[in-house]
Design a protein around this ligand. Structure first.
Ligand SMILES: Cc1cc2nc3c(=O)[nH]c(=O)nc-3n(C[C@H](O)[C@H](O)[C@H](O)COP(=O)(O)OP(=O)(O)OC[C@H]3O[C@@H](n4cnc5c(N)ncnc54)[C@H](O)[C@@H]3O)c2cc1C
Length: 403
């Protein structure tokens, strides 16, 4: 196994201990990065088991570069697929509008595009965090925070009992409905920025996995149609096909299991290409997922507490960047703690390095969501542009992938 490439040698260390609230991809990546920077780390996770729900995840070079530098590539390669192309198709006819090969982009960005089942990535991160000495408290829900000038105490409910975990700094990696964010913004002067809270995007994602059809190619297929789109790619070494069907929905929804072939899923796809219908009809069930993001926040860090991942910048999945950005956050936070001697200054440096970039991605992801669902003349014009762009489809996101 290749040696992990270490983060730059610390010049100073702004904190010795951290509590990370949330054991999702962002929280676990953060725990590993902070541990390697020399901090002791306590993860607090509300779930009884670390179990990522949902299905697949596209990992772009900006994320795989960091995972590689963390030494995780050998394990990732065992379970992930390196797709060879992005194939954008018309949902109605199934014909290819444009095809962009990942190979040249991988060479240019110096790290691969990968697709992986999110449970596999979470397991790799959790195993690594535990093996390197991060403590993980499961079934532990953060209920309140008690900050002081030199430390932070997280009060946690575990069954009927309350416990306190104290540390020099606290990172809220507790997702789009973040308790830490609510706490930080409770006393915030609203005139300084918009209130923080999830916004329903009027989109629902139906997610499922099926056995990959024979000879299914290692590529990401994006089918575009009026008011709906569908993404399919293989995961689990190519044996499983991940399918996400995204449709317009005006009523806010949380999350539920829908039986396969349910009308809700199939109705928007009724006139689509037979290859799309075949995929949807072969799914035994779907996990239905309302899509929410938050508006870019005016700040993330308050004293010795900060936010990371979806808690800081929940975004719509139309640039496949939510998890990638949480991994970038983790690396940047570790760097900031190593290069500042003061904890509060380090958290501000981290936020300063990250906030504009993630805000731009949040905004662009919203815009992409609208473009994907164009109908009528706008759809025809969009398809024309896509056909002309061809391989250039990936170049448009140089600014994301090359970071
Ligand atoms: C349909 C869809 C497709 C997507 N596709 C991609 C993709 O291809 N590529 C990509 O990069 N991103 C993608 N994303 C985004 C990605 O899934 C998220 O951005 C990412 O998982 C966020 O990770 P996180 O750790 O910040 O938050 P979460 O995964 O939400 O983790 C938060 C954790 O905090 C815990 N928690 C919450 N409250 C508390 C509390 N009070 N106390 C203790 N623990 C608590 C939760 O149980 C959870 O484990 C997609 C999202 C969706 C919906």
């Amino acid at each position: 196994m290749p040696e992990p490439i270490p983060f730059p040698a610390p010049t100073r260390l702004a904190a010795r201990s951290a509590v990370v609230v949330g054991g999702g991809i962002g929280g676990l990546a953060c725990a590993i990065a902070l541990r390697r920077a020399g901090l002791t780390v306590q993860i607090i996770e509300r779930a009884r088991k670390l179990r990522e729900v949902g299905a697949g995840l596209q990992l772009t070079p900006n994320a795989t570069r960091i995972l590689r530098d963390m030494g995780l590539m050998p394990r990732l390669e065992e379970v992930a697929v390196a797709p060879r192309a992005l194939d954008v198709r018309s949902g109605r006819s199934g014909s290819t509008l444009a095809r962009a090969e990942y190979g040249p982009a991988t060479t240019r960005f110096g790290a691969p595009f990968m697709v992986v089942h999110r449970a596999d990535l979470q397991k790799i991160l959790a195993d690594t965090a535990e093996a390197e000495g991060c403590a993980i408290a499961l079934d532990s829900e953060l209920t309140s925070l008690e900050p002081s000038a030199r430390s932070v105490r997280a009060v946690v409910r575990q069954g009927q009992n309350l416990f306190a975990h104290g540390a020099d700094i606290l990172i809220g990696a507790d997702g789009v409905r973040s308790t830490v964010r609510n706490h930080l913004y409770a006393g915030y002067d609203g005139r300084k920025g918009p209130p923080a809270g999830p916004v329903f995007a009027q989109r629902v994602a139906y997610r499922t996995t099926i056995n990959a059809p024979d000879n299914y190619p290692p590529e990401v297929r994006l089918y575009l149609g009026p008011n709906a789109h569908l993404v399919a790619y293989p995961v689990k070494g190519g044996n499983t096909l991940n399918i996400v069907a995204i449709v317009k929905e005006t009523k806010p929804v949380g999350r539920w299991n829908a039986p396969g072939n349910s009308l809700d899923v199939l109705r928007p796809f009724a006139n689509w290409a037979p290859e799309v219908l075949k995929l949807l009809e072969s799914a035994p069930h779907f996990l239905c997922w309302g899509l929410y993001d938050i508006a870019p926040l005016p700040r993330w860090s308050f004293g010795r507490m900060t936010l990371l991942g979806d808690a800081a910048h929940a975004m719509l999945p139309f640039l496949a960047q939510g998890a990638a950005q949480s991994i970038e956050d983790a690396a940047e936070l570790a760097r900031a703690l190593q290069h500042n001697s003061d904890a509060e200054a380090a958290l501000h440096a981290y936020e300063a390095a990250r906030r504009a970039r993630t805000a731009r991605i949040q905004t662009d992801a919203r815009r992409n969501g609208s473009i994907y669902h164009f109908s009528g003349p706008a759809r025809i014009a969009r398809d024309l542009v896509i056909r002309r762009t061809g391989q250039g489809l990936l170049d448009r996101y140089d600014w994301i992938y090359s970071a």
